[in-house]
Ligand binder design. Structure first.
Ligand code: ATP
Length: 214
């Protein structure tokens, strides 16, 4: 099985790392690839450059066995459409189950993604709980028509087909977000506080590159 977790990672934090590692363990995945996206120009500043976000991911995964970094979206000259990323993974791994890990907050926006119905031809979706968004919303009336028929709570079903299922996976809740971290950095938070939220190597990189200051 191939497993991928896309995001902006601006910056990568313990929320990302813990939910990815937990899922790898629970679903017996040899590896979860963290795939940083290009950021749209309209995304709120201040942020880090693509090269800086990538560097922070490499620093972070060094301490997390089973987590790796895949920079294909940054190497591409087109916007970060997940459908293109999944097509390129699929071309490399025909017939292999591909799992796309996604937080419940992001999953709710799926119908706004480019070619979103095609996503299920390319991968399974593993939906992860996140504080602030009830997991039940994954299957509520607005999503039932397309989400319920794809739902499986048997993890083995993800191995039986290359794509097409939705699996809800509950992890220990991680009340952390990149936007909150950027806010704390801009507000002058101490290293002691920030070390609760992201790895020391990432914090040191942020400090030495003077990132996310107001
Ligand atoms: P921001 O606060 O800037 O929006 P973020 O913390 O949500 O950033 P992203 O890189 O945008 O981080 O998220 C990438 C993926 O990780 C998304 O699928 C998101 O739902 C998931 N994710 C991020 N933080 C958590 C968390 N604390 N618990 C569960 N999933 C998370």
């Amino acid at each position: 099985m191939i497993a991928a977790f896309g995001g902006t990672f601006d910056p990568v934090h313990f929320g990302h790392l813990r939910v990815a590692a937990d899922t790898a363990h629970a679903l017996r995945l040899p590896e979860v690839r963290l795939i940083p996206a290009q950021t749209p120009v309209h995304r709120g500043a201040p942020g880090a450059s693509a090269a800086q976000r990538l560097a922070m991911l490499h620093l972070a995964v060094a301490d997390w066995p089973g987590l790796t970094v895949d920079a294909r979206e940054l190497e591409r000259d087109t916007p970060s459409y997940t459908v293109l990323t999944l097509e390129s993974l699929r071309a490399e791994h025909p017939g292999t189950p591909i799992l796309w890990l996604i937080g419940i907050d992001a999953f709710l926006g799926l119908p706004t993604w480019r070619d979103w119905t095609r996503l299920f031809d390319l991968a399974h979706f593993v939906v992860l709980n996140r504080p602030g968004t009830p997991m039940a919303q994954a299957l509520d009336a607005r999503r039932a028509a397309w989400a319920l028929p794809r739902l499986t709570q048997r993890a083995d079903d993800l191995r039986r087909a290359p794509a097409g299922r939705i699996h809800l996976h509950t992890v220990a809740p991680q009340p952390v977000s990149a936007s909150a971290i950027r806010g704390r950095l801009a507000a002058g938070a101490s290293d002691d506080e920030l070390r609760q939220l992201l790895p020391p190597s990432v914090l040191a990189y942020i400090r030495s590159n003077r990132l996310y200051l107001a």
